[in-house]
Design a protein around this ligand. Sequence first.
Ligand SMILES: Nc1ncnc2c1ncn2[C@@H]1O[C@H](COP(=O)(O)OP(=O)(O)OP(=O)(O)O)[C@@H](O)[C@H]1O
Length: 684
Amino acid sequence: MSHSTTPETADPVLTAERAHLARAAECLTEMRAAASAVVDAGVDAWASERLGAARADRLRALAADPGVPPFFGRTDSATETFHIGRRHVRDAAGDPVVIDWRAPMSRPFYQAGPADPQGLHRRRRFGFSGGELTGYEDEILADGDQPVAGKGVLPFLRREIERPRSGPMRDIVATIQPDQDDIVRAPLAESICVQGAPGTGKTAVGLHRAAYLLYTHGGQLARTGVLVVGPNRAFLRYIEQVLPTLGEVDVEQTTVADLTARVPVRAVERPEVAVLKGDVRMAELLRRALWGEIRKPADSVQVPLAGRRYRVPVERLKRYVDDLRRRARADDDQQLLHYAAGRERLMMLLAEDARRQKEEAGGSPGDGETRRAARSAEVRAFCDEVWPARDAAGLLCRLWSDPDRLARAARGLLADDEQALLRWAVPPRSVRSAPWTAADAVLADELAGLLERTPGYGHVVVDEAQDLSPMQCRAIARRLAAGSLTVLGDLAQATSPWSPSDWQRTLVELGRPEAVVRPLTRGYRVPGEVLELANRLLPLIAPGLPAATAVRAEPGALRIRPVSTFAGPLVDVVTEIGDAQGSVGIVCADAAVAEVAAVLTGAGLPAAVLSDDGEEAPRVAVVPAGLAKGLEFDAVVVVDPAAIVAAEPRGLHRLYVVLTRAVSTLVVLHRHDLPEPLAQHPAR
Ligand SMILES: Nc1ncnc2c1ncn2[C@@H]1O[C@H](COP(=O)(O)OP(=O)(O)OP(=O)(O)O)[C@@H](O)[C@H]1O
């Protein structure tokens, strides 16, 4: 049974809860004061600085956002009552006033249900308005020891979902559902792949998982860090406030493009070239290209050490080089000998050889003398010849400019016509001015990863992973080191040329083939009527993938309107829905964005184009279909679905993405026939 209450001064429950809220706010203020008053008596400057940093972290964590109330829920068992909030609050005696949502004690708040009350007899959720506690909703989970019957979607959850969107994505900490909670709280060591239909909460779950792991494994992850990777800056901008609201300010959030920004990207290549550059064979090509720079030693070397010269014969030099090369083959980045380290090691091997010779002759050279020998002009000249210093961009530039070099690295790997796709017709004047593309940047990053070890994170969350190329996956895997991974995605929304039909290959390239694929199938964002329309595309775009079921129905949420021209109807629709609170997305083919924006602004409507530069999204946004993925709007107008489908090879997948962005209303304006499965829809 559930029940809700609206503000009522006479309600004793509300009065008591408001008093607890005031007490929690007071305790939080005291905790903050205590954290800033700590003095570093009796410690040295270094320790004081470290303490200062730790205190700053703690203060930041305690910094209460006035719009964020100290708690949002409460659990009652026969013996205990806990208030659950975004962070722990305790009183001066150290007793808990609010329990952090991530603490084990909070788990029943998320997991208990009528079928399994987990010792609770009641769960309470609170409603707030501008920081004021205005209402609450109780769910009775057990009557005495007897579980009570459950019911459908709770009014509270529904209100949370339907609250008008303004600005970036919000956290879902008050309403995480049991299947989502299982993923959020999975152990740190477990790598997980969440396959979820649109709006099932994948992004939300991934971000809450990051926050949960940081809370539960704070010490370990504070050292190694957590990384969140999203598809583009518009998406990052949309999600970037969720973790800070949860008190986690130190998580790095980035795109693959920013992660791999090794060369200045100034060009876009043809799709078939981009496909080839994303192919996993590139990894072997680059490995051969780099290690192919190494030459066989042709002559002995005279190594100067402590005033004398020692000859290292060519046979020994060959053995040193061969031994080092063999160590460049390890699968594990931690074990791998990187090219630059190999060069350093070779220098040392020559110096140590000379040292041994001197020791055999009765001398005892010191470490400093040996290190100087390793840096001597003779040893350097030898290494420049045999194991030359290289940089990623320079080597890639030579590879694309020099057909013979490319052919050597590509032998047996790429056909002639494939090599031709990679070659630059005109070699650039300099490395910097070369026509680098985004795919080249990922390749340069692969080379950089062969040259030197890439620092890894303790946990990486990667969103919209269905679109990653194998080479992009490898770029992420390099940053994983010994850490674990949360992969979020939907095969039905895959629009890139690499799009897989199952997750296995992606997980292999991401370095975690053992990751368990966990489905999420309850759709929170999209009303049932709209989801039913989009689901009609599934048999065509992702046969075998289970369709999501919507948690809410909203009669009238879907309108499909045939039009003869777009301008007039578009202005009418946007005028009508733009008046309501909340966000509006007008989604059209990328090529039509300027025209659609001009129609709307020409009619005096406050619309602006959503861009990928990380700027905040306008409330009424004209959204290129190519940028719609991962975003959502209270109302969506899809303009000319046929043009969206025609614009790219996986256009139907793109249409599926576009049709699943609306929280409350979807209007489809179409001039041409709708794709076959949609044309049969009753809402037409
Ligand atoms: N348990 C929940 N309580 C309240 N809102 C939720 C819950 N789960 C998801 N939502 C809301 O549903 C919407 C969709 O969530 P999210 O963007 O995480 O889904 P997604 O699976 O990543 O979608 P897509 O595949 O379209 O990118 C968001 O507004 C999110 O806040």
